[in-house]
Design a protein around this ligand. Structure first.
Ligand code: BEZ
Length: 234
């Protein structure tokens, strides 16, 4: 049997800065998480003396254990809902983060994995997640092979099972829950070897907006954070 390729799922910088050698990019959603700028960064968008902020995912199970996390998701994810479900009734399908998935052919998997391990240090660890494919690009030579690893369910939804890098709430670089205005202040002034912190926030917010025009992939939390970080009201 031929070696399968690998799907790499991204919810952060991978959306606007793809890995090398990818053969296919699809857009979609990771369910059961929220995206927050609650991972402190001393090697990318900040320094050990003045750490910046980068994104991580917070799972529903952790949100259910902490009142401050709960307050935060009702302030952003459920802000526009008149009758939100109570926290006990929320299921993984009620939370979704828009992102991308890249298909790497078998011949390039080792090189791309090594690249990712160097790119993402500073507290991140790998975790298995499910990614629901929303948009597939027009046919290309690896589409058939890639989709064979993204089976379709009875209603036609295709899901990828693969790993993402997450800074869990137990890791030392996790700074949440942090007030959005405090995060914005840090982002506005931080800078590291990979560049200005605000540039990362801006590129991510703009890229997320473009992931789906028909379903509206814009992220209320990212939009407000960018407005605060760019504004003059802090
Ligand atoms: C990403 O999805 O772009 C990503 C986020 C955190 C660590 C590594 C990659």
């Amino acid at each position: 049997m031929t070696q399968p390729g690998l799907w790499i799922i991204g919810y952060g910088s991978l959306i606007f800065k793809p890995p090398p050698l990818y053969a296919l990019r699809v857009t979609g959603k990771i369910s059961g998480f929220v995206r927050r700028f609650w991972q402190s960064s001393s090697d990318h968008r900040g320094t050990p003396q003045s750490p910046g902020r980068v994104v991580t995912l917070v799972p529903l199970d952790d949100i259910k254990q902490d009142k401050q996390f709960q307050k935060d998701i009702y302030a952003f994810e459920f802000r526009n809902e008149k009758h939100s479900k109570s926290i006990d009734l929320l299921t993984e399908d009620d939370l979704a983060v828009w992102g991308v998935a890249y298909y790497i052919e078998a011949k390039n998997v080792d090189e791309v994995k090594a690249y990712m391990d160097v790119r993402e240090q500073d507290g991140y660890s790998t975790h298995l997640v499910h990614f629901e494919i929303h948009d597939v690009p027009i046919d290309n030579s690896v589409l058939h092979e890639a989709l064979s690893q993204a089976p379709q369910d009875s209603v036609g939804v295709r899901r990828i099972e693969s790993t993402v890098y997450i800074g869990t709430i137990q890791n030392l670089s996790f700074v949440g829950p942090e007030e959005i205005s405090a995060t914005a202040k840090v982002i506005r002034t931080s800078k590291g070897p990979s560049g200005q912190n605000i540039e990362y926030l801006k590129l991510l917010t703009e890229a997320v907006r473009l992931l789906s025009k028909d379903e509206g992939s814009g992220d209320v939390y990212l939009e407000e954070l960018l407005e605060l970080a760019e504004g003059n009201c802090l």
